[in-house]
Design a protein around this ligand. Structure first.
Ligand code: SF4
Length: 188
């Protein structure tokens, strides 16, 4: 795996390391064919941000590229409110705060701080039901901070060749299942 890690792949890796390969393969060239309806909705949730339409207020920054030299991770933030010093990740629908969601925010957070921004608050916003979930800064949740750092180390040393997915439920819910020869829900 390349040395620089995309922040967006932190969540994918937790779901299944193989999905990162498919994400890169299909993610840009054929997005309509391979994304499920719910994932497309999630993409739409980010569309206004990616195209910079979210707000014209100057205290709101959207979709800016960020990089952390310390962790060698790169990505884009969703929304940063400089007046509130708050980093916000909007998702189409959140029914549970998965670790991967938190780690994506951590990646953005560390990058923003290294780039000189002040970030005091982290938030995940669920668009469908307009719910907000406050996330502690990693310095205030050391267990999650260690998990984040372990995840980055694991991703850097990961060997795809030896990987076997043994969670059939993940595979049966995976949009790449038809194309994937490691699917645990596929019979021999
Ligand atoms: S089908 Fe299974 S092994 Fe393949 S990418 Fe999806 S979750 Fe991973």
């Amino acid at each position: 795996m390349d040395d620089i890690i995309l922040i967006s792949t932190l969540n994918d890796f937790i779901f299944c390391p193989v999905s990162i390969y498919f994400h890169g393969l299909y993610g840009y060239s054929d997005i309509l064919t391979y994304q499920s309806k719910s994932q497309l909705n999630g993409t739409k949730a980010h569309e206004t941000v990616d195209h910079g339409n979210y707000s014209t207020r100057k205290e709101i920054l959207t979709g800016i590229d960020v990089y952390s030299e310390k962790y060698r991770i790169i990505g884009k933030i969703d929304v940063y409110d400089s007046r509130k010093r708050m980093l916000i990740e909007r998702k189409k629908h959140v029914n549970k705060i998965y670790d991967g969601y938190v780690f994506q925010l951590y990646g953005q957070y560390y990058s923003m701080v290294e780039m000189g921004y002040t970030v005091d608050f982290l938030k995940i916003h669920s668009i469908d039901d307009n719910k907000n979930y406050n996330i502690a800064l990693p310095e205030n949740d050391l267990e999650m901070k260690h998990k984040f750092e372990n995840l980055i180390c694991t991703m850097r040393t990961f060997d795809m060749n030896g990987f076997v997915q043994d969670n059939a439920q993940k595979c049966s819910n995976c949009i790449y299942e038809d194309a994937c020869d490691r699917s645990a829900s596929r019979g021999d």
